[in-house]
Design a protein around this ligand. Structure first.
Ligand SMILES: [Zn+2]
Ligand SMILES: [Zn+2]
Length: 577
Protein backbone atom coordinates (compact mmCIF):
# COMPACT_ATOMS: atom_id res chain seq x y z
CA UNK A 1 0.00 0.00 0.00
CA UNK A 2 1.39 3.43 -0.92
CA UNK A 3 1.36 6.70 0.89
CA UNK A 4 -1.60 9.07 0.61
CA UNK A 5 -1.75 10.89 -2.69
CA UNK A 6 -0.26 14.32 -2.11
CA UNK A 7 -1.83 15.78 -5.24
CA UNK A 8 -5.32 16.16 -3.73
CA UNK A 9 -4.90 15.64 -0.03
CA UNK A 10 -7.14 12.70 -0.73
CA UNK A 11 -6.63 9.20 0.50
CA UNK A 12 -6.11 7.42 -2.78
CA UNK A 13 -3.29 4.92 -2.49
CA UNK A 14 -0.42 7.01 -3.82
CA UNK A 15 0.52 6.54 -7.46
CA UNK A 16 4.22 6.56 -8.29
CA UNK A 17 3.60 9.78 -10.14
CA UNK A 18 1.14 12.20 -8.49
CA UNK A 19 0.48 13.77 -11.89
CA UNK A 20 -0.80 10.43 -13.10
CA UNK A 21 -3.28 10.46 -10.24
CA UNK A 22 -4.22 14.04 -11.10
CA UNK A 23 -4.76 12.98 -14.71
CA UNK A 24 -7.04 10.11 -13.74
CA UNK A 25 -9.03 12.34 -11.42
CA UNK A 26 -9.61 15.00 -14.06
CA UNK A 27 -10.52 12.36 -16.63
CA UNK A 28 -13.16 11.17 -14.27
CA UNK A 29 -14.59 14.59 -13.58
CA UNK A 30 -14.67 15.27 -17.32
CA UNK A 31 -16.49 12.06 -18.10
CA UNK A 32 -19.60 14.17 -17.57
CA UNK A 33 -19.25 15.04 -21.29
CA UNK A 34 -19.16 11.37 -22.11
CA UNK A 35 -22.18 10.87 -19.88
CA UNK A 36 -24.10 13.32 -22.05
CA UNK A 37 -23.52 11.21 -25.15
CA UNK A 38 -24.24 7.96 -23.31
CA UNK A 39 -27.36 9.31 -21.66
CA UNK A 40 -29.56 8.27 -24.54
CA UNK A 41 -28.20 4.74 -24.58
CA UNK A 42 -29.33 3.36 -21.25
CA UNK A 43 -31.03 3.97 -17.98
CA UNK A 44 -28.77 4.33 -15.03
CA UNK A 45 -28.67 5.51 -11.46
CA UNK A 46 -25.83 7.02 -9.49
CA UNK A 47 -25.71 6.99 -5.71
CA UNK A 48 -24.56 10.39 -4.46
CA UNK A 49 -25.53 9.76 -0.86
CA UNK A 50 -27.37 7.49 1.60
CA UNK A 51 -25.30 4.61 0.21
CA UNK A 52 -23.97 2.45 3.06
CA UNK A 53 -24.76 5.41 5.30
CA UNK A 54 -27.97 7.15 6.40
CA UNK A 55 -27.43 10.75 5.39
CA UNK A 56 -27.05 12.73 2.15
CA UNK A 57 -29.85 10.95 0.27
CA UNK A 58 -29.48 11.67 -3.45
CA UNK A 59 -29.98 9.35 -6.37
CA UNK A 60 -29.33 10.74 -9.84
CA UNK A 61 -31.16 8.97 -12.66
CA UNK A 62 -30.58 9.12 -16.37
CA UNK A 63 -33.54 7.85 -18.30
CA UNK A 64 -34.52 8.25 -21.96
CA UNK A 65 -32.15 11.18 -22.37
CA UNK A 66 -33.34 12.98 -19.22
CA UNK A 67 -31.30 13.54 -16.08
CA UNK A 68 -32.95 14.13 -12.71
CA UNK A 69 -32.59 13.36 -9.00
CA UNK A 70 -34.61 11.78 -6.25
CA UNK A 71 -33.81 13.69 -3.04
CA UNK A 72 -30.96 16.07 -2.44
CA UNK A 73 -29.96 15.68 1.18
CA UNK A 74 -27.21 17.06 3.30
CA UNK A 75 -24.42 14.73 4.37
CA UNK A 76 -24.06 14.70 8.14
CA UNK A 77 -21.32 13.12 10.20
CA UNK A 78 -17.66 13.90 10.77
CA UNK A 79 -15.47 16.34 8.79
CA UNK A 80 -14.73 13.77 6.11
CA UNK A 81 -18.43 13.20 5.44
CA UNK A 82 -19.11 16.95 5.59
CA UNK A 83 -16.71 17.48 2.64
CA UNK A 84 -19.25 15.73 0.41
CA UNK A 85 -21.57 18.72 0.83
CA UNK A 86 -19.02 21.02 -0.76
CA UNK A 87 -18.17 18.93 -3.83
CA UNK A 88 -21.11 20.06 -5.92
CA UNK A 89 -19.40 19.18 -9.24
CA UNK A 90 -20.38 15.56 -8.81
CA UNK A 91 -24.07 16.49 -8.93
CA UNK A 92 -23.69 18.43 -12.23
CA UNK A 93 -26.54 20.68 -11.00
CA UNK A 94 -26.93 22.61 -14.25
CA UNK A 95 -27.77 19.43 -16.20
CA UNK A 96 -30.39 18.17 -13.72
CA UNK A 97 -33.82 18.81 -15.25
CA UNK A 98 -35.87 18.40 -12.06
CA UNK A 99 -35.68 16.98 -8.53
CA UNK A 100 -38.24 14.81 -6.72
CA UNK A 101 -38.09 15.19 -2.93
CA UNK A 102 -39.44 12.42 -0.65
CA UNK A 103 -39.70 14.49 2.54
CA UNK A 104 -38.55 17.56 4.41
CA UNK A 105 -35.82 16.11 6.62
CA UNK A 106 -32.56 17.90 5.93
CA UNK A 107 -30.74 14.66 5.07
CA UNK A 108 -33.14 14.43 2.10
CA UNK A 109 -33.52 18.10 1.18
CA UNK A 110 -30.69 20.12 2.74
CA UNK A 111 -28.50 20.45 -0.37
CA UNK A 112 -31.22 21.90 -2.63
CA UNK A 113 -30.04 25.52 -2.08
CA UNK A 114 -26.43 24.48 -2.70
CA UNK A 115 -27.43 23.01 -6.08
CA UNK A 116 -29.41 26.13 -6.95
CA UNK A 117 -26.33 28.20 -6.05
CA UNK A 118 -24.41 26.07 -8.58
CA UNK A 119 -26.79 26.30 -11.51
CA UNK A 120 -29.83 24.11 -10.89
CA UNK A 121 -32.91 25.92 -12.24
CA UNK A 122 -35.54 23.21 -12.71
CA UNK A 123 -38.69 22.46 -10.73
CA UNK A 124 -38.59 20.60 -7.41
CA UNK A 125 -41.61 18.31 -6.99
CA UNK A 126 -42.86 17.16 -3.62
CA UNK A 127 -46.10 16.96 -1.59
CA UNK A 128 -47.83 20.16 -0.33
CA UNK A 129 -46.94 19.60 3.38
CA UNK A 130 -43.31 18.92 2.45
CA UNK A 131 -43.27 22.10 0.33
CA UNK A 132 -44.48 24.14 3.32
CA UNK A 133 -42.10 22.41 5.73
CA UNK A 134 -39.19 23.02 3.34
CA UNK A 135 -39.91 26.75 3.50
CA UNK A 136 -39.13 26.78 7.22
CA UNK A 137 -36.49 24.04 7.26
CA UNK A 138 -34.30 25.35 4.44
CA UNK A 139 -34.37 28.86 5.93
CA UNK A 140 -33.38 27.38 9.28
CA UNK A 141 -30.63 25.39 7.60
CA UNK A 142 -29.25 28.52 5.86
CA UNK A 143 -29.31 30.29 9.22
CA UNK A 144 -27.23 27.47 10.76
CA UNK A 145 -24.80 27.55 7.81
CA UNK A 146 -24.39 31.32 8.10
CA UNK A 147 -23.90 31.14 11.89
CA UNK A 148 -21.28 28.41 11.63
CA UNK A 149 -19.44 30.27 8.90
CA UNK A 150 -19.40 33.52 10.89
CA UNK A 151 -18.18 31.63 13.97
CA UNK A 152 -15.36 30.04 11.92
CA UNK A 153 -14.65 33.39 10.23
CA UNK A 154 -14.15 35.11 13.57
CA UNK A 155 -11.81 32.34 14.62
CA UNK A 156 -9.82 32.57 11.37
CA UNK A 157 -9.69 36.39 11.43
CA UNK A 158 -8.14 36.19 14.88
CA UNK A 159 -5.41 34.08 13.28
CA UNK A 160 -5.08 36.53 10.38
CA UNK A 161 -6.71 34.17 7.82
CA UNK A 162 -9.75 34.70 5.64
CA UNK A 163 -12.94 33.01 6.84
CA UNK A 164 -14.90 30.41 4.89
CA UNK A 165 -18.09 31.13 2.93
CA UNK A 166 -21.22 29.38 4.23
CA UNK A 167 -22.29 26.25 2.34
CA UNK A 168 -25.24 28.38 1.23
CA UNK A 169 -26.97 31.53 2.38
CA UNK A 170 -30.50 32.78 2.90
CA UNK A 171 -30.26 34.32 -0.60
CA UNK A 172 -29.78 30.85 -2.10
CA UNK A 173 -32.76 29.55 -0.12
CA UNK A 174 -34.98 32.40 -1.35
CA UNK A 175 -34.06 31.43 -4.92
CA UNK A 176 -34.86 27.77 -4.18
CA UNK A 177 -38.29 28.11 -2.55
CA UNK A 178 -40.22 29.34 -5.65
CA UNK A 179 -39.00 26.25 -7.54
CA UNK A 180 -40.85 23.89 -5.15
CA UNK A 181 -44.18 22.56 -6.44
CA UNK A 182 -46.63 20.62 -4.24
CA UNK A 183 -48.47 17.59 -5.68
CA UNK A 184 -50.71 15.44 -3.46
CA UNK A 185 -50.45 11.69 -2.90
CA UNK A 186 -51.95 9.58 -5.69
CA UNK A 187 -51.86 12.20 -8.46
CA UNK A 188 -49.96 11.24 -11.62
CA UNK A 189 -47.72 13.88 -13.13
CA UNK A 190 -45.22 13.98 -15.99
CA UNK A 191 -42.08 15.98 -15.24
CA UNK A 192 -40.56 14.94 -18.61
CA UNK A 193 -41.48 12.96 -21.74
CA UNK A 194 -42.22 9.31 -21.19
CA UNK A 195 -42.13 9.44 -17.39
CA UNK A 196 -45.05 9.28 -14.97
CA UNK A 197 -44.47 10.05 -11.31
CA UNK A 198 -46.77 9.30 -8.41
CA UNK A 199 -46.30 9.99 -4.67
CA UNK A 200 -47.56 7.52 -2.07
CA UNK A 201 -47.77 8.05 1.70
CA UNK A 202 -44.55 6.77 3.31
CA UNK A 203 -45.94 7.17 6.86
CA UNK A 204 -42.64 8.63 8.09
CA UNK A 205 -43.27 12.32 8.83
CA UNK A 206 -46.01 14.72 7.76
CA UNK A 207 -46.08 14.75 3.94
CA UNK A 208 -43.37 12.08 3.50
CA UNK A 209 -43.70 10.23 0.20
CA UNK A 210 -42.55 7.16 -1.60
CA UNK A 211 -41.72 8.08 -5.17
CA UNK A 212 -43.01 5.79 -7.89
CA UNK A 213 -41.65 6.23 -11.42
CA UNK A 214 -43.18 4.58 -14.47
CA UNK A 215 -41.79 4.49 -17.98
CA UNK A 216 -41.87 2.14 -20.94
CA UNK A 217 -39.01 -0.09 -22.01
CA UNK A 218 -39.56 -2.08 -25.25
CA UNK A 219 -43.30 -1.31 -25.01
CA UNK A 220 -43.45 -2.79 -21.52
CA UNK A 221 -44.21 -0.64 -18.45
CA UNK A 222 -41.37 -0.52 -15.92
CA UNK A 223 -41.92 0.64 -12.34
CA UNK A 224 -39.15 2.00 -10.13
CA UNK A 225 -40.04 2.70 -6.52
CA UNK A 226 -38.10 4.73 -3.95
CA UNK A 227 -39.41 3.96 -0.49
CA UNK A 228 -37.99 7.22 0.92
CA UNK A 229 -37.83 6.88 4.69
CA UNK A 230 -40.35 4.18 5.50
CA UNK A 231 -42.42 4.91 8.59
CA UNK A 232 -43.26 2.68 11.50
CA UNK A 233 -46.85 1.43 11.48
CA UNK A 234 -48.94 2.89 14.36
CA UNK A 235 -46.76 5.95 14.61
CA UNK A 236 -48.44 8.83 16.42
CA UNK A 237 -50.24 11.55 14.42
CA UNK A 238 -49.64 10.32 10.84
CA UNK A 239 -50.99 7.44 8.74
CA UNK A 240 -49.32 4.06 8.21
CA UNK A 241 -47.06 3.54 5.17
CA UNK A 242 -48.95 2.72 1.93
CA UNK A 243 -49.02 -0.86 0.82
CA UNK A 244 -47.38 -1.39 -2.57
CA UNK A 245 -47.66 -4.59 -4.58
CA UNK A 246 -45.71 -4.09 -7.74
CA UNK A 247 -42.29 -2.78 -8.79
CA UNK A 248 -39.44 -3.84 -11.05
CA UNK A 249 -36.82 -1.95 -9.05
CA UNK A 250 -37.15 -1.08 -5.40
CA UNK A 251 -34.80 1.31 -3.61
CA UNK A 252 -35.49 0.47 -0.01
CA UNK A 253 -34.37 2.30 3.11
CA UNK A 254 -32.68 0.11 5.72
CA UNK A 255 -31.91 2.34 8.72
CA UNK A 256 -32.97 -0.39 11.13
CA UNK A 257 -32.01 -3.33 8.88
CA UNK A 258 -30.75 -5.42 11.77
CA UNK A 259 -32.93 -4.26 14.65
CA UNK A 260 -36.46 -4.12 15.87
CA UNK A 261 -37.84 -1.39 18.06
CA UNK A 262 -39.16 -1.83 21.52
CA UNK A 263 -42.86 -1.12 21.70
CA UNK A 264 -44.28 2.26 22.52
CA UNK A 265 -45.36 1.35 26.04
CA UNK A 266 -41.86 0.26 27.09
CA UNK A 267 -40.51 3.45 25.52
CA UNK A 268 -42.97 5.60 27.47
CA UNK A 269 -41.87 3.79 30.64
CA UNK A 270 -38.23 4.57 29.87
CA UNK A 271 -39.07 8.22 29.31
CA UNK A 272 -40.93 8.29 32.64
CA UNK A 273 -37.84 6.71 34.28
CA UNK A 274 -35.60 9.49 32.93
CA UNK A 275 -38.05 12.13 34.18
CA UNK A 276 -38.23 10.58 37.66
CA UNK A 277 -34.45 10.17 37.86
CA UNK A 278 -33.56 13.78 37.03
CA UNK A 279 -36.55 15.28 38.86
CA UNK A 280 -35.41 13.45 42.00
CA UNK A 281 -31.91 14.90 41.64
CA UNK A 282 -33.13 18.41 40.79
CA UNK A 283 -31.53 18.24 37.34
CA UNK A 284 -32.62 18.57 33.72
CA UNK A 285 -33.75 16.08 31.09
CA UNK A 286 -32.37 16.97 27.67
CA UNK A 287 -34.07 15.48 24.61
CA UNK A 288 -32.33 16.06 21.27
CA UNK A 289 -35.08 15.85 18.66
CA UNK A 290 -35.77 16.91 15.09
CA UNK A 291 -38.01 19.99 15.14
CA UNK A 292 -40.44 18.39 12.75
CA UNK A 293 -42.51 15.40 13.81
CA UNK A 294 -40.26 14.04 16.56
CA UNK A 295 -40.64 17.17 18.70
CA UNK A 296 -44.42 17.07 18.28
CA UNK A 297 -44.44 13.37 19.14
CA UNK A 298 -42.35 13.93 22.27
CA UNK A 299 -44.76 16.64 23.45
CA UNK A 300 -47.58 14.22 22.79
CA UNK A 301 -45.78 11.52 24.85
CA UNK A 302 -45.29 13.97 27.73
CA UNK A 303 -48.99 14.77 27.45
CA UNK A 304 -49.79 11.04 27.83
CA UNK A 305 -47.47 10.74 30.85
CA UNK A 306 -49.03 13.83 32.38
CA UNK A 307 -52.50 12.29 32.07
CA UNK A 308 -51.18 9.19 33.86
CA UNK A 309 -49.66 11.33 36.62
CA UNK A 310 -46.12 10.39 35.64
CA UNK A 311 -44.98 13.89 34.72
CA UNK A 312 -44.38 16.10 37.79
CA UNK A 313 -46.73 19.07 37.43
CA UNK A 314 -44.02 21.52 38.56
CA UNK A 315 -41.45 20.32 36.04
CA UNK A 316 -41.27 22.98 33.29
CA UNK A 317 -41.01 21.80 29.67
CA UNK A 318 -39.19 23.95 27.15
CA UNK A 319 -39.28 23.38 23.43
CA UNK A 320 -36.19 25.32 22.52
CA UNK A 321 -36.61 25.53 18.78
CA UNK A 322 -38.22 28.37 16.84
CA UNK A 323 -38.59 25.90 13.99
CA UNK A 324 -40.75 23.58 16.12
CA UNK A 325 -43.35 26.36 16.64
CA UNK A 326 -43.61 26.98 12.91
CA UNK A 327 -43.69 23.24 12.19
CA UNK A 328 -46.55 22.77 14.65
CA UNK A 329 -48.48 25.47 12.81
CA UNK A 330 -47.98 23.61 9.51
CA UNK A 331 -49.11 20.35 11.14
CA UNK A 332 -52.41 22.00 12.02
CA UNK A 333 -52.95 23.04 8.39
CA UNK A 334 -52.79 19.44 7.19
CA UNK A 335 -55.22 17.60 9.43
CA UNK A 336 -56.28 15.54 6.37
CA UNK A 337 -52.89 13.86 6.47
CA UNK A 338 -53.40 12.71 10.10
CA UNK A 339 -54.44 9.20 11.09
CA UNK A 340 -57.90 8.48 12.52
CA UNK A 341 -56.64 8.46 16.12
CA UNK A 342 -55.08 11.92 15.88
CA UNK A 343 -58.17 13.28 14.10
CA UNK A 344 -60.33 11.89 16.93
CA UNK A 345 -58.18 13.59 19.60
CA UNK A 346 -58.44 16.90 17.81
CA UNK A 347 -62.16 16.27 17.27
CA UNK A 348 -62.61 16.05 21.06
CA UNK A 349 -61.07 19.49 21.35
CA UNK A 350 -58.07 18.05 23.19
CA UNK A 351 -54.78 19.64 22.19
CA UNK A 352 -51.89 17.29 22.84
CA UNK A 353 -49.41 20.04 21.98
CA UNK A 354 -50.49 22.33 24.81
CA UNK A 355 -49.44 21.18 28.30
CA UNK A 356 -49.84 23.80 31.07
CA UNK A 357 -46.11 23.79 31.90
CA UNK A 358 -45.01 23.84 28.26
CA UNK A 359 -43.34 26.87 26.74
CA UNK A 360 -41.63 27.52 23.43
CA UNK A 361 -38.49 29.63 23.37
CA UNK A 362 -37.93 31.80 20.35
CA UNK A 363 -35.00 34.09 21.06
CA UNK A 364 -31.42 33.14 21.82
CA UNK A 365 -31.68 35.08 25.10
CA UNK A 366 -34.62 32.93 26.21
CA UNK A 367 -32.68 29.85 25.22
CA UNK A 368 -29.70 30.93 27.31
CA UNK A 369 -31.97 31.78 30.25
CA UNK A 370 -33.11 28.13 30.44
CA UNK A 371 -29.57 27.10 31.26
CA UNK A 372 -29.22 29.70 33.96
CA UNK A 373 -32.40 28.54 35.68
CA UNK A 374 -31.73 25.94 38.34
CA UNK A 375 -33.93 22.99 39.21
CA UNK A 376 -35.50 20.20 37.19
CA UNK A 377 -36.86 20.81 33.68
CA UNK A 378 -37.31 19.07 30.35
CA UNK A 379 -35.62 20.64 27.32
CA UNK A 380 -36.47 19.44 23.82
CA UNK A 381 -34.21 20.94 21.22
CA UNK A 382 -32.67 20.27 17.77
CA UNK A 383 -30.72 18.87 16.06
CA UNK A 384 -31.79 15.32 16.77
CA UNK A 385 -28.25 13.97 16.34
CA UNK A 386 -26.72 16.72 18.50
CA UNK A 387 -24.33 17.78 15.76
CA UNK A 388 -25.71 21.30 15.23
CA UNK A 389 -28.12 23.85 16.65
CA UNK A 390 -29.10 24.91 20.17
CA UNK A 391 -28.97 21.37 21.55
CA UNK A 392 -25.17 21.64 21.61
CA UNK A 393 -25.39 24.42 24.21
CA UNK A 394 -27.79 22.42 26.37
CA UNK A 395 -25.46 19.42 26.23
CA UNK A 396 -22.49 21.57 27.16
CA UNK A 397 -24.38 22.85 30.23
CA UNK A 398 -25.75 19.50 31.37
CA UNK A 399 -23.61 16.56 30.18
CA UNK A 400 -21.15 16.99 33.04
CA UNK A 401 -23.86 17.17 35.69
CA UNK A 402 -24.57 14.05 37.73
CA UNK A 403 -28.31 13.54 37.90
CA UNK A 404 -29.05 15.06 34.48
CA UNK A 405 -30.46 12.82 31.73
CA UNK A 406 -29.87 12.89 28.01
CA UNK A 407 -32.65 11.06 26.21
CA UNK A 408 -32.02 10.02 22.60
CA UNK A 409 -35.23 9.20 20.75
CA UNK A 410 -34.02 8.93 17.15
CA UNK A 411 -31.35 7.30 15.03
CA UNK A 412 -27.81 8.58 15.66
CA UNK A 413 -25.61 8.44 12.56
CA UNK A 414 -21.95 7.46 12.72
CA UNK A 415 -19.62 10.36 13.40
CA UNK A 416 -22.19 12.54 15.22
CA UNK A 417 -21.95 13.66 18.84
CA UNK A 418 -25.20 11.80 19.49
CA UNK A 419 -23.72 8.54 18.27
CA UNK A 420 -20.63 8.96 20.46
CA UNK A 421 -22.82 9.47 23.52
CA UNK A 422 -25.06 6.52 22.68
CA UNK A 423 -21.93 4.40 22.21
CA UNK A 424 -20.80 5.26 25.74
CA UNK A 425 -18.13 7.97 25.29
CA UNK A 426 -16.96 9.35 28.64
CA UNK A 427 -16.04 12.70 27.06
CA UNK A 428 -17.23 14.56 23.98
CA UNK A 429 -15.93 17.67 22.31
CA UNK A 430 -18.32 20.61 22.12
CA UNK A 431 -17.33 24.10 20.99
CA UNK A 432 -13.66 23.09 21.08
CA UNK A 433 -13.91 21.97 24.66
CA UNK A 434 -13.87 18.47 26.14
CA UNK A 435 -17.00 17.90 28.18
CA UNK A 436 -17.09 15.00 30.60
CA UNK A 437 -20.16 12.75 30.48
CA UNK A 438 -21.65 12.38 33.95
CA UNK A 439 -25.32 12.57 32.93
CA UNK A 440 -27.30 9.37 32.45
CA UNK A 441 -27.73 8.48 28.77
CA UNK A 442 -31.05 6.94 27.72
CA UNK A 443 -31.50 5.49 24.24
CA UNK A 444 -35.19 5.00 23.56
CA UNK A 445 -35.89 3.65 20.10
CA UNK A 446 -39.60 2.84 20.37
CA UNK A 447 -40.58 6.30 19.08
CA UNK A 448 -38.70 5.83 15.85
CA UNK A 449 -40.15 7.28 12.65
CA UNK A 450 -38.54 4.39 10.76
CA UNK A 451 -39.79 0.86 10.33
CA UNK A 452 -37.77 -1.72 12.27
CA UNK A 453 -36.44 -4.86 10.59
CA UNK A 454 -39.62 -6.96 10.97
CA UNK A 455 -41.77 -4.03 9.87
CA UNK A 456 -39.67 -3.56 6.72
CA UNK A 457 -40.00 -7.28 5.97
CA UNK A 458 -43.77 -7.19 6.62
CA UNK A 459 -44.12 -4.26 4.24
CA UNK A 460 -42.08 -6.11 1.59
CA UNK A 461 -44.36 -9.14 2.05
CA UNK A 462 -47.15 -7.31 0.15
CA UNK A 463 -45.22 -7.21 -3.12
CA UNK A 464 -46.25 -9.59 -5.86
CA UNK A 465 -43.28 -9.00 -8.16
CA UNK A 466 -41.22 -12.17 -8.30
CA UNK A 467 -38.43 -10.70 -10.47
CA UNK A 468 -38.10 -7.47 -8.46
CA UNK A 469 -34.56 -6.20 -7.86
CA UNK A 470 -34.00 -4.64 -4.45
CA UNK A 471 -31.33 -2.07 -3.69
CA UNK A 472 -30.76 -1.25 -0.04
CA UNK A 473 -30.05 2.41 0.65
CA UNK A 474 -30.15 4.73 3.68
CA UNK A 475 -28.58 2.35 6.18
CA UNK A 476 -25.23 1.40 7.66
CA UNK A 477 -23.48 -1.46 5.93
CA UNK A 478 -23.49 -3.93 8.83
CA UNK A 479 -27.26 -3.64 9.25
CA UNK A 480 -27.83 -3.73 5.50
CA UNK A 481 -25.98 -7.04 5.12
CA UNK A 482 -28.26 -8.62 7.72
CA UNK A 483 -31.40 -7.26 6.05
CA UNK A 484 -30.21 -8.35 2.57
CA UNK A 485 -29.80 -11.90 3.81
CA UNK A 486 -33.26 -11.87 5.37
CA UNK A 487 -34.86 -10.57 2.16
CA UNK A 488 -33.07 -13.13 -0.01
CA UNK A 489 -34.03 -16.00 2.28
CA UNK A 490 -37.62 -14.97 2.83
CA UNK A 491 -38.61 -13.65 -0.62
CA UNK A 492 -35.85 -14.77 -2.99
CA UNK A 493 -35.33 -11.24 -4.37
CA UNK A 494 -31.97 -10.29 -5.73
CA UNK A 495 -30.59 -7.67 -3.29
CA UNK A 496 -27.69 -5.25 -3.84
CA UNK A 497 -26.10 -2.77 -1.45
CA UNK A 498 -24.70 0.06 -3.58
CA UNK A 499 -21.76 2.11 -2.36
CA UNK A 500 -21.21 5.88 -2.41
CA UNK A 501 -20.75 7.16 -6.01
CA UNK A 502 -21.50 3.77 -7.51
CA UNK A 503 -23.42 3.69 -10.79
CA UNK A 504 -25.78 0.94 -11.79
CA UNK A 505 -27.55 0.35 -15.10
CA UNK A 506 -31.18 -0.60 -14.88
CA UNK A 507 -32.31 -2.68 -17.85
CA UNK A 508 -35.09 -5.19 -17.18
CA UNK A 509 -34.12 -8.77 -17.83
CA UNK A 510 -30.42 -7.93 -17.78
CA UNK A 511 -27.96 -7.95 -14.94
CA UNK A 512 -27.83 -4.59 -13.22
CA UNK A 513 -24.24 -3.75 -13.95
CA UNK A 514 -22.27 -1.77 -11.46
CA UNK A 515 -19.86 0.63 -13.12
CA UNK A 516 -16.50 1.19 -11.49
CA UNK A 517 -15.56 4.77 -10.75
CA UNK A 518 -11.95 5.75 -10.13
CA UNK A 519 -12.90 8.56 -7.78
CA UNK A 520 -15.24 6.27 -5.89
CA UNK A 521 -13.37 6.14 -2.68
CA UNK A 522 -14.49 4.73 0.50
CA UNK A 523 -10.97 5.89 1.14
CA UNK A 524 -8.36 3.42 2.20
CA UNK A 525 -6.51 4.90 5.12
CA UNK A 526 -2.88 3.90 5.42
CA UNK A 527 -2.71 3.31 9.15
CA UNK A 528 0.87 1.97 9.06
CA UNK A 529 2.00 5.21 7.46
CA UNK A 530 0.12 7.40 9.94
CA UNK A 531 1.24 5.51 13.03
CA UNK A 532 4.81 5.26 11.69
CA UNK A 533 4.86 9.07 11.38
CA UNK A 534 3.75 9.46 14.99
CA UNK A 535 6.41 7.03 16.21
CA UNK A 536 9.08 8.95 14.24
CA UNK A 537 8.14 12.16 16.01
CA UNK A 538 8.37 10.52 19.41
CA UNK A 539 11.83 9.18 18.59
CA UNK A 540 12.92 12.68 17.53
CA UNK A 541 11.52 14.17 20.72
CA UNK A 542 13.43 11.62 22.79
CA UNK A 543 16.63 12.46 20.89
CA UNK A 544 16.16 16.11 21.83
CA UNK A 545 15.66 15.50 25.52
CA UNK A 546 18.91 17.25 26.38
CA UNK A 547 17.79 20.36 24.52
CA UNK A 548 14.53 20.29 26.45
CA UNK A 549 16.34 19.98 29.76
CA UNK A 550 18.51 22.97 28.88
CA UNK A 551 15.41 25.21 28.62
CA UNK A 552 14.15 27.39 31.46
CA UNK A 553 11.94 25.77 34.06
CA UNK A 554 8.97 27.81 32.81
CA UNK A 555 9.49 26.67 29.18
CA UNK A 556 9.83 23.08 30.37
CA UNK A 557 6.53 23.20 32.26
CA UNK A 558 4.88 24.63 29.16
CA UNK A 559 6.27 21.76 27.04
CA UNK A 560 5.26 19.24 29.67
CA UNK A 561 1.67 20.50 29.64
CA UNK A 562 1.50 20.36 25.86
CA UNK A 563 2.83 16.80 25.85
CA UNK A 564 0.38 15.81 28.56
CA UNK A 565 -2.44 17.25 26.43
CA UNK A 566 -1.26 15.17 23.43
CA UNK A 567 -0.99 12.12 25.66
CA UNK A 568 -4.49 12.71 27.02
CA UNK A 569 -5.93 12.89 23.51
CA UNK A 570 -4.17 9.65 22.56
CA UNK A 571 -5.49 7.97 25.69
CA UNK A 572 -9.05 9.09 24.86
CA UNK A 573 -8.63 7.75 21.33
CA UNK A 574 -7.35 4.38 22.54
CA UNK A 575 -10.16 4.10 25.09
CA UNK A 576 -12.77 4.41 22.31
CA UNK A 577 -11.45 1.32 20.48
ZN1 LIG B 1 -36.52 11.15 7.37
ZN1 LIG C 1 -33.58 9.92 6.20
Amino acid sequence: MGKPCAAFLCLHPRKEDPLQCLFEWRMDVWTSDQHLSKRREYKKIRFLGAARTVTGSCFVLEMNGHRFAVDCGMHQGNNEIDKRNWDTTLYEPETLEFILVTHAHIDHSGLLPRLVQHGFKGPIFTTPPTRDLLHIMLRDSAHIQEMESSWKTRKKLRRGDKGPEPLYSMKDVEKTLPLIKGIGYGTDFHPCDGLTVHFRDAGHILGAAMVELQHEENSRPVTTLFSGDLGRPSQLIIKDPSIVEQADYLFLESTYGNRDHKNEKESLDELAEALAYSYGKGEKVIIPAFAVERTQEMIYCLHLLSREGRLPADMPIYVDSPLAIQATRIFRQYVDYFDEEAKAILGRGDDPLALPQLSFTLSTQDSMAINEATGPAVIISASGMANAGRIKHHLKHNLWRKGASIVFVGFQAQGTTGRRLVDGADKVRLFNEDVSVEAKIFTINGFSAHAGQSQILDWLGHFQSPGMRVFLVHGEHEGQKVLAEQIEQRFGYDVSIPDYLEEITLVPGKEALSLPHPEKTTPTIDWDYLLGGLEDRLVRLRERQDQIKAKSWLDQTDLRDRLLEAERQLAALVSEL
